[in-house]
Design a protein around this ligand. Structure first.
Ligand code: NAD
Ligand code: IPM
Ligand code: MN
Length: 347
């Protein structure tokens, strides 16, 4: 099986290095890798954040393992050349519309959460985030108003088919878990969200066994901190899902813990931590590699049919945490490589 390995920028390189060691230990030569530049690194070497060679490797691979992109040196480039366009381009070009972002409390980490232990311990939710539409991909630009003032704009829109295909993923994953689906929108203000809610309600007729609820996104942000244990599957749009998943990570304990899968209609996938390139700690050996290691486990389970190997990695991570392994984000002193070694020891 061929893996496209795209470390990207900043801590992306550091967390992918540890993840590769774990994959080598678990899968050996059953996996082969083609590594390519992406993001700011690709822009600096080749003049584009998502060079055609990188996209071609991603297309022919069985799965993509992605670190992170983002480089402060590139923040003043025109938008289409910025590192972030690489991940947006991969999601769009490969039709990766379904972003699964699980947030599960580790009992070993309830004291590292920003929430009280009894609240943090109850977290076991899955954010199903739409990834190919919304305000991310609408028309955008800068223009002058009639009064001559600068104006920026980004069009938010969803059509009913886009909503229906992600809503089905929400219903199906809820059905396979605890049977509860909460659709998060802003239907009290946005037409985009009114259509979202209407389509979700129409589809719910096909899933009478799933308990459906609706919540406005502002309330959802509050409820995630008040009582995250109430959520099973949360289905939402691209922007709301982006924000809520960073928030959910801190309920579990750290942004350095949450993995993700971005899937197309045939479960071909890109796997990446939910965090970014963390320029503030890049190159210092401080990054927590667990989000990426857990993303690799999701890759084995969802795209490569290696569920037993995925289980082994997840169990090793839990045991490493139970044994006290802590990087700085979790209040400890371990370096990135030491956390990788703590997981390797448990395999
Ligand atoms: P970020 O997620 O990179 O970092 C936010 C904070 O969390 C920082 O203080 C960072 O040090 C910390 N952090 C993140 N990951 C960590 C880890 N594994 N271990 C320990 N601490 C960790 O978000 P940001 O600072 O807003 O963005 C930095 C750059 O990353 C930007 O260019 C942004 O566009 C990009 N970004 C890329 C992705 C992606 O590639 N999918 C995701 C988010 C942000
Ligand atoms: C993420 C990131 C990306 C997003 C950025 C880097 C485009 O924040 O993967 O969560 O907003 O989707
Ligand atoms: Mn994000």
């Amino acid at each position: 099986m061929l893996i496209a390995l795209l470390p990207g920028d900043g801590i992306g390189l550091e967390v992918i290095t540890e993840t590769r060691r774990v994959l080598d230990a678990v899968c050996g030569d059953r996996l082969t890798y083609e590594e390519a530049l992406v993001g700011g690194a690709a822009y600096k070497a080749m003049g584009h954040p998502l060079p055609p060679e990188t996209l071609a490797i991603a297309r022919r691979a069985d799965a993509i393992l992605f670190g992170a992109v983002g480089d402060p040196d590139c923040d003043s480039l025109e938008r289409k050349l910025r590192p972030e366009q690489a991940i947006l381009g991969l999601r769009a070009e490969l039709g990766l519309f379904a972003n699964l972002r699980p947030a599960k409390g580790f009992k070993e980490l309830v004291n590292e959460s920003a929430l009280r232990p009894e609240i943090a311990g109850a977290i076991d939710l899955l954010i199903v985030r739409e990834l190919n539409g919304d305000v991310y991909f609408g028309e955008k630009g800068m223009r002058k108003t009639d009064a001559g003032r600068r104006q920026g704009y980004d069009i938010m829109s969803y059509d009913e088919d886009e909503v229906a295909r992600i809503a089905r993923v929400g219903f199906e994953t809820a059905r396979a878990r605890r049977g509860k689906l909460c659709s998060v929108d802003k239907a009290n203000v946005l037409e985009t969200s009114q259509l979202w809610r209407d389509v979700v309600i129409e589809l719910s007729a096909d899933y009478p066994d799933v308990e459906l609820s609706h919540m406005y996104v502002d309330n959802a942000a509050m409820q995630l901190v008040r009582n995250p244990g109430q959520f099973d599957v949360v289905v939402t749009g691209n922007l709301f899902g982006d924000i809520l998943s960073d928030q959910a990570s801190m309920c579990v304990g750290s942004i350095g813990l949450l993995p993700s899968a971005s899937l197309d209609a045939n479960a071909k996938g890109l796997y990446e931590p939910i965090h970014g390139s963390a320029p503030d700690i890049a190159g210092q050996g401080k990054a927590n590699p667990l989000a990426t290691i857990l993303s690799a486990a999701m890759m084995l389970r969802y795209s490569l049919g290696m569920a037993a190997e995925a289980d082994r990695i997840e169990a090793a991570v839990a045991k490493a945490l139970a044994g006290g392994a802590r990087t700085a984000d979790l209040g400890g002193t371990m370096r990135t490589a030491e956390m990788g070694e703590a997981v390797l020891r448990q395999l």
